[in-house]
Design a protein around this ligand. Structure first.
Ligand SMILES: NC(=O)c1ccc[n+]([C@@H]2O[C@H](COP(=O)([O-])OP(=O)(O)OC[C@H]3O[C@@H](n4cnc5c(N)ncnc54)[C@H](O)[C@@H]3O)[C@@H](O)[C@H]2O)c1
Length: 338
């Protein structure tokens, strides 16, 4: 137990929850972030270094100054739609950023890495009629964003084989919810994720929600996704750092519940949490939206000392709604959100 962990992108949504989980498990999280989309107020559980992951010198300085023994790499750009119009930025931050980070790890002798990957590496999922996606499903990213995550994984695996870096890539499905302590939560700008958009619509902020398609081959016709509470996701990173692995081993693991929830089920849960009907309308399908993206979570249960415990849909939505309602920190606060 213990040790100092560099958390790149640790001022962001998942990184800030992971910094808290690291501190709770006896580690010191050092957040390294350029604050391009993160929030300084979300750095609460250890030192902060303002830096960019494309700057190898700054990374080496931070690693040496804090005697870092492991790195969790969240830093990167996340909006799938924007990745199609600005592939240049996505390859630079998400792929060059990983290459520079890996060189810094080798220079400084850091032997342990956990990487934020994504279900986007699978593209359209496991195929029609297949319920859940295992790690060895075909990799066919449908976006530049997904492609950058797959390149990141490949670079890390090759680097590990060559230099003895031990690494886990966690392929998140849909991260959602907020820490129940109320100090940190999801505050992306622009927000593109269903749950905060539905809550904001229910609270009368922003636009009514559009459900993109009710004619999918799913039980209620809307898309199915696998929602994992951000606190469960944060604990998966701590477990991945501690997983017994051989030097140079690379392991990719899905992080999900294995249970698909439809857009209409999410809206019904938001109705329950807020006590009012969520204004929404049904629109056409969006290009490239697969009907179902649900993890097969069997492997992570075998490889890590981890299982989801906070990921019931109602708990996810209650914690996200509490965060959004918090006038000091929630989504309605100007410049205060974390
Ligand atoms: N949110 C999800 O559901 C989800 C799903 C799959 C994968 N991921 C991945 O998880 C990671 C974190 O996602 P998030 O939702 O917390 O996003 P976020 O935008 O809240 O956090 C990303 C953080 O990285 C920082 N950053 C970006 N570029 C940087 C750079 N060049 N140098 C230093 N810092 C930089 C930002 O300032 C921000 O604090 C990302 O890599 C994302 O691709 C997220």
């Amino acid at each position: 137990m213990g040790g100092t962990v560099l958390v790149t992108g640790g001022a962001g949504y998942i990184g800030s929850h992971t910094a808290k989980a690291l501190a709770e498990s006896g580690h010191t999280p050092v957040v390294f972030d350029n604050l391009s989309s993160g929030h300084r107020q979300a750095v609460r559980w250890g030192p902060f270094v303002h830096g960019d992951v494309r700057d190898g010198r700054a990374l080496r300085q931070a690693i040496e100054a804090h005697s870092v023994t492991g790195v969790i790499h969240f830093a990167g750009l996340i909006e799938v739609g924007r990745s199609m119009t600005r592939p240049d930025l996505f390859y630079e931050h998400n792929v060059t950023g990983v290459a520079v980070m890996l060189a810094a790890l080798a220079d400084c002798g850091v032997g342990r890495l956990v990487f934020s990957s994504s279900a986007a590496v699978y593209g359209d999922g496991a195929g029609p009629g297949v319920a859940a996606i295992p790690e060895d499903a075909p990799k066919a990213p449908a976006s530049v964003y997904g492609d950058t995550k797959l390149w990141g994984e490949r670079m890390i695996a090759a680097h590990g084989r060559a230099f003895g870096l031990t690494a886990v890539a966690l392929r998140y499905f849909n991260a959602a919810g907020a820490d129940p302590g109320g100090l940190i939560g999801e505050a992306h700008d622009p927000e593109t994720h269903l749950i905060p958009l539905a809550i904001n619509a229910g609270l009368g902020r922003g636009k009514p929600l559009t459900v993109f398609g009710r004619d999918f081959p799913t039980p209620d016709g809307s898309c199915l996704r696998d929602y994992i509470h951000v606190s469960d996701l944060a604990r998966a990173h701590v477990a991945a750092l501690a997983a017994p692995m051989q030097a140079g081993e690379f392991q990719a693991l899905n992080v999900g519940t294995g249970q698909g929830r439809s857009v209409l089920e999410v809206i019904a849960a938001v109705d329950r949490a807020l006590g009012t009907p969520t204004p929404h309308s049904i629109g056409p399908r969006r290009d490239g939206d697969p009907p179902s993206l649900v993890a097969d979570p069997a492997l992570i249960g075998r490889r890590l000392d981890w299982a989801p415990r906070d990921s019931s849909l109602d708990h996810i939505i209650e914690t996200a709604a509490a965060w959004a309602r918090n006038p000091k920190f929630g989504a309605g606060a100007e410049g205060q959100s974390a």
